[in-house]
Design a protein. Structure first.
Length: 123
């Protein structure tokens, strides 16, 4: 089990010798106020939020979950390259689906616990 404690963090799969932002990567950060808009309502780690997908230049897809947790706007970003496989995308969605809320004395007052499949790393 891993956790996010409020600092900008990332995880990526190890299927390719690339870093965050290449291949398949997930990042967590605190979004500025006003970012909680979007076309689809979602629940992440037991908290309500929104989901949006954008197509970027070069065929890159960016999926963004914006979730209000304890007065903070948590932004989870999944970037998918044109060559990302269906299995890689499913694994990334499973990680986000595994998120669990835990109160803590961290910078933001909570942790987000998650599990990573084999071949993934976090930082």
């Amino acid at each position: 089990m891993y956790f996010w404690e409020g600092q900008t963090g990332w995880m990526h799969n190890g299927y390719q010798d690339v870093g965050p932002g290449e291949g398949v990567a997930i990042t967590f950060s605190i979004a500025a106020d006003g970012y909680l808009t979007g076309p689809a309502a979602v629940t992440v780690a037991g908290h309500e939020g929104t989901y949006r997908e954008m197509l970027l230049p070069g065929g890159v897809r960016r999926q963004v979950w914006l979730v209000a947790i304890d007065g903070r706007n948590v932004m989870i970003v999944l970037e998918l390259q044109p060559y990302s496989t269906a299995d890689e995308v499913a694994e990334a969605h499973a990680i986000i689906g595994s998120l669990q809320y835990e109160p803590s004395d961290s910078v933001v007052g909570f942790n987000l616990l998650f599990t990573l499949p084999a071949g993934w790393d976090s930082g």
